[in-house]
Design a protein around this ligand. Sequence first.
Ligand SMILES: CC(=O)SCCNC(=O)CCNC(=O)[C@H](O)C(C)(C)COP(=O)(O)OP(=O)(O)OC[C@H]1O[C@@H](n2cnc3c(N)ncnc32)[C@H](O)[C@@H]1OP(=O)(O)O
Ligand SMILES: CC(C)C(=O)C(=O)O
Length: 552
Amino acid sequence: MMNYTKYRPYPTMDMPNRKWPNNTITKAPVWCSVDMRDGNQSLEIPMNLPEKLKFFQFLVDTGFKEIEIGFPAASDTEFEFARCLIDNNLIPDDVTVQVLTQSRPHIIHKTFEALKGAKKAIVHLYNSTSTLQRDVVFGNSMQETIDLAVAGAKQIKEEAAAIPETEFFFEYSPESFTGTEMPFAVEICNAVLDVWEPTPDHKAIINLPSTVEMATPNIYADQIEYCCENLKYRNSIYVSLHAHNDRGTAVAATELAMLAGADRVEGTLFGNGERTGNTDIMNVAMNIFSQGIDPELDFSHIDEAVKIYEESTRMSISPRHPYAGSLVYTAFSGSHQDAIRKGMEAMKQHPDHWEVPYLPIDPMDVGRNYDPIVRINSQSGKGGVAFVLEQNFGLYLPKAFQQDFSTVTTSMSDRQHKDLTPADIYEAFIDHYVDGRAPLELVTYKEIVLKNHEDVAIEAECNFNGKPLTLKGTGNGIISALCHAIEDYFHIVMEVVDYREHSMSHGTKSRAISYIQIADNEGGIYFGAGTSSNITKSGLRAVVSTTNKIIR
Ligand SMILES: CC(=O)SCCNC(=O)CCNC(=O)[C@H](O)C(C)(C)COP(=O)(O)OP(=O)(O)OC[C@H]1O[C@@H](n2cnc3c(N)ncnc32)[C@H](O)[C@@H]1OP(=O)(O)O
Ligand SMILES: CC(C)C(=O)C(=O)O
């Protein structure tokens, strides 16, 4: 038994007049990637310099304008990375790099050394403010905790003033904010702001981290709304979010906290970061995108993001990862496939407005294609199989035919215990239905229009079990004439229930395909198809192919 009695419930916020539940997200926040700091510090093997450079370039290309590049005082690699970006002029003018520092004099000083020569930079100061950390880690009173933050803030202001050629911005995080008494969190942030004296033209950043996610997302939103209402200098600060994912709800917490008034979001690609990770910034951006709002980040080639993430972190993305996983635009189950197929067809009527069941966004928007939307296994139905044949091979099977074929593919997949590729499905279709030539094979035929000008007669030269056979019959069309000829010779009943034909767009040579459904007098229903460059011949081949199933 798990001993739940050793845990205490997280306190809720008494805010009967909370406003955030009535708000909606209408624009993208200021994004800040912390991949190369929070993400990097949590890796088994932190990124090396070339990996960091590649990652940085990717973030720039994706559209990040604020990028936390590291903790320069932590190690030589971290320091060198900052120097490398600055010395080699690799930071675009519209991008501001950010660095993290503790509130310790030598660490702050080293941080400024790492930034010498930068055009602009955000210096991010943090100290832990939670009740638990004040007691257990620092042994500090509330006032001592404020004093530590204020001392750091002062030193940062002074060091920045000594380097006027760089435009510095300041950020403060009351680390472990969600474990902090809210009035105290506001008090310590206000004390830091009193040192920095931000203005609307030169804002500071107050970052309120859910360092450890300890409660439901609505409580984080309450805390953010409380701070937005009580922080001084509200017009001169960006309220920033930085959520961890311990309960698996960092994205939700970030979204609700945006409703609560936050202006800025820190996070990482695919949610890399300490323990269960940070807010997945791609996920939040794509959620915004899916509401018809410009996310101001470009994930139109999401597989490139996956690749760089997997190479740099040495971890892999789950196939179910929102927007990016290999299976997230794929349906295996029959009813989903059927709905997707119908939705894709309906899209032809309103191509500018995406609305397809089970697909919240168009896979093409993130650089995926439609091929794998539907994959066929034993959970699939006729709609999915039809979709694969339509999309990949230009084959439009009549509905009853689809039903018959789906029993074939279902049992194939069940037997083989794997999903079927489009090529497997096509091959099975050809094998089961198309141009069957044994035991009966049509070699040539003659069509004679009868005197009444309505009926026709057929003389079909065939091979039957390898021996020549001439079949003769009449009917109101050449298909029915051949059916009658076959009925007479084999003493069977062949009632044509459905017959369709279309030209095949797939492949280089233009060919026609005919589908036929035939009923016998014993309740048997048979399906067959024929192909030829001549549409009449494709119909006759369909009849012969079906006949072979009956007589076999
Ligand atoms: C939530 C977050 O992600 S915060 C960011 C965390 N990231 C990292 O820690 C990665 C980079 N860090 C490092 O490389 C190292 O920790 C360094 C270089 C910063 C410091 O190293 P060291 O001084 O050798 O060791 P260490 O980190 O254990 O220092 C802990 C001391 O710093 C104090 N401290 C911790 N955080 C802070 C802070 N923000 N401000 C001031 N002091 C702090 C602790 O109270 C402790 O003090 P004590 O020695 O008097 O007990
Ligand atoms: C330094 C802060 C922002 C942090 O990483 C956290 O609290 O998780």
